[in-house]
Design a protein around this ligand. Structure first.
Ligand code: MIC
Ligand code: SF4
Length: 643
């Protein structure tokens, strides 16, 4: 039987386990990346492991998230990451160099290699044929130390692309269509592989837009073949030697297959507050808008920026609209400036921001009260923009530009024939903002600088013999990590200060939660389906741990988050019968007799509601390794015990 592209890469990197869907496999990781909002924790954990130098082929530490420096905290964290990278053998991408995923795609991604990153959009590099996955910071730290990365062997989903995109329809519309078909849970436990004749009509950055938002499908990752288009991209980046051809075998089999006809696609928008709440832009036409933001790791390539510049040339942004543009990298920014397109954007009234995540993570540019904001980003979760009642729509750069000019939601295909974009065949290469580490002989001379905002990481405890505590919070389906641990300008500076961060935990759902959890010494959280979807931030586990959360019971969990819970010793359990969710309410007293024993070796446990006498069967689906980790109170203790 033949192999899919992803299976071929997995086979080449398999350290342990058997390649049967759902079974745990261990992978050798070639490259890692971190960004600053998750990086401080990842490097603190790397330091705690006592390993001198990274053991990967390449590890890069990026600064791109916390770039609004309203106090000393972010700058201190940047300095910490810079010095730690220099000492331990990592490349350091300085602030101003761009968004990690865009820069990694341009300068470091390699078809056929494995990459994990402490950011859920690491699959962006799948656009070049890399097996690239988002992971918690601790998993990235382990991989930097040469350790294995464990995942459940994914199922394979194939999306066949046929035809060719028409005027003013973009790669964003392709992934919005896939989200419309599969939904935010549709990719859970799977790798989405793109194939078919339509693939060769898409450039590498367009492919990367599509794999980037595979994160919103809940997929382990997404991947494209590596072909002549890939070679041309690598050549334009002056690194054709990194090219290898990659395709699936003709007799490869998939668990599910879908077809998207690129020629038939229309401009789409994901409506508030979920990336799979997709409608045709034509249905929304005429709706008054207040803000447009163009950029983010999804849509900030040279191709995206040139398209927008060509559309805005000679026009003026509508007086009721504020338009922000963040190019994805220094490379894109420089090329835009040199070809004059930047001037077209500035002239049209766009507010040009630095090449960083910016508004996507709520770092400025929050919309007005109840404002309608059109964003080329990948997430429109409630309150993520920094304005609690904002209505955020996810759209293509084409829809964003047309709407910014009109002041109302506008289907860009009504603009007629799109201007022809001339993409450079050679990109502007200058890696002067990528700092190299010192050699092994000089590492003792580098002092790692730590600011006062860096506080110790909470460490988990072994599970109690019997669990008896309160149901401290009950939440619904599709709870995101932005609900659990919000981001934005006020919160992000405390990513390395868990005690301070805890004041914001779950406040999007329940303002009283942090105080209540502290007063009661924690308890158990009850969630619905897909609990913990979204980001890779391990703070969504670390902070609940600090607040005394012992276990989370849910209908189902998102992949990265469940791994993070286990890494920090919080026991994730699923309801065998989802209807039992109704029999448990906030404030109920809960009990699991023989809790520690169940974590050690049972696949089931009984949750008793001592307040109303009801019970529920819980599933404990752990591997041996995960059980040992939970019994040790998390990965750090487990690793120490193994030494
Ligand atoms: C996001 O887009 O939600 C983030 C911010 O990039 C996160 C990482 C983080 O929370 O720092 C992600 O996607 O993993
Ligand atoms: Fe940054 Fe937004 Fe991409 Fe996350 S999704 S890495 S915040 S640009």
């Amino acid at each position: 039987m033949g192999y899919t592209i992803a299976q071929k890469i997995i086979k080449n990197h398999l350290v342990c386990g058997e390649m049967t869907a759902g079974k745990e496999i261990g992978l050798k990781i070639d490259q890692t990346l971190t960004q600053d909002a998750t990086g401080t924790m990842a490097y603190l954990q790397f330091e705690a492991m006592g390993i001198d130098r990274v053991k990967t082929e390449l590890s890069v530490a990026y600064i791109d998230h916390n770039t609004l420096q309203a106090g000393f905290e972010n700058a201190d964290d940047h300095r910490y990451i810079q010095t730690v990278a220099k000492k331990h053998g990592l490349r350091f991408s300085r602030p101003g160099n761009g968004i990690c995923h865009q820069v990694h795609l341009e300068r470091f991604s390699r078809p056929g290699k494995t990459l994990i990153g402490s950011d859920s959009h690491t699959p962006t590099a799948g656009g070049i044929g890399m097996l690239a996955m988002g992971a918690g910071g601790l998993d990235v730290a382990v991989a930097m130390g040469g350790g294995t990365y464990y995942i459940a062997m994914p199922k394979m989903i194939k999306v066949n692309l046929v035809g060719k995109l028409s005027n003013y329809v973009g790669a964003k519309d392709v992934i919005l269509e896939v989200l419309r078909i599969l939904g935010v849970k549709g990719g859970v436990g799977a790798i989405v592989e793109y194939g078919g004749e339509g693939v060769k009509t898409l450039s590498v950055p367009q492919r990367a837009t599509i794999t980037n938002m595979g994160a919103e499908l809940g997929a382990t990752t997404s991947i494209f073949p590596s072909d002549e288009t890939t070679r041309a991209f690598l050549k334009a980046e002056d690194r054709e030697e990194d090219y290898i051809e990659l395709s699936s075998d003709p007799d490869a089999t998939y668990d599910a297959e879908y077809t998207v006809d690129l020629s038939a696609l229309k401009p789409l928008a994901a409506c508030p507050h979920s990336p799979d709440n997709v409608k045709n832009v034509s249905e929304l036409s005429g709706m008054k808008i207040n803000q447009v933001c163009i950029g983010s790791c999804t849509n900030s390539s040279m191709q995206d920026m040139l398209t927008v510049a060509a559309m805005l040339k000679g026009k003026t942004v509508h007086p009721d609209v504020s338009l922000s543009i963040s190019p994805g990298s220094k490379q894109v920014y420089t090329m835009l400036a040199e070809c004059g397109a930047l001037a077209d954007l500035i002239n049209a009234g766009a507010r040009i921001l630095e090449c960083a995540c910016g508004p996507c993570i709520g770092m400025g540019f929050s919309p007005q009260s109840a404002g309608v904001s059109l964003r080329t980003f990948n997430r429109n979760f409630l309150a993520r923009s920094g304005t609690a009642d904002a209505q955020v729509y996810l759209v293509s750069p084409e829809t964003a530009a047309a709407s910014a000019v009109a002041g109302v939601f506008t289907d860009p295909t009504t603009w007629g024939v799109a201007p022809k974009i001339e993409m450079p065949t050679q990109f502007k290469i200058n890696d002067n903002l990528i700092e190299m580490p010192v050699g092994v002989d000089e590492m003792d001379g580098v002092t790692v600088e730590r600011g006062p905002n860096i506080k110790p990481i909470p460490v988990g405890k072994a599970p109690a013999k019997d669990l008896e505590c309160e149901l401290i919070l009950k939440v619904g389906d599709d709870i995101t990590t932005d609900h659990i641990m919000p981001a934005g300008t006020k919160v992000l500076p405390y990513r390395s200060n868990v005690p301070k961060l805890s004041e914001f935990c779950f406040t999007v759902c329940d303002k009283e939660f942090p105080e209540r959890a502290k007063a009661k010494g924690g308890g158990v959280i009850l969630g619905g389906a897909n609990y913990g979807q979204g980001s890779s931030r391990e703070h969504a586990a670390l902070v609940p741990l600090y607040l005394g959360i012992k276990a989370v019971v849910a209908k189902s969990f998102a992949r990265i988050h469940v791994a993070n819970l286990i890494n920090f010793g919080i026991v994730p359990m699923t309801l065998e019968n989802p209807d039992d969710y109704e029999n448990f309410n906030e404030g109920d007293l809960l009990e699991i007799k023989g809790f520690a024993k169940a974590v050690a070796n049972a696949t089931e446990a009984t949750l008793v509601n001592k307040t109303n006498g009801k019970t529920a069967k819980l599933k404990l689906a752990f591997t041996e390794r995960q059980r040992e980790m939970l019994l040790a109170g998390g990965c750090l203790n487990y690793t120490k015990n193994q030494k």
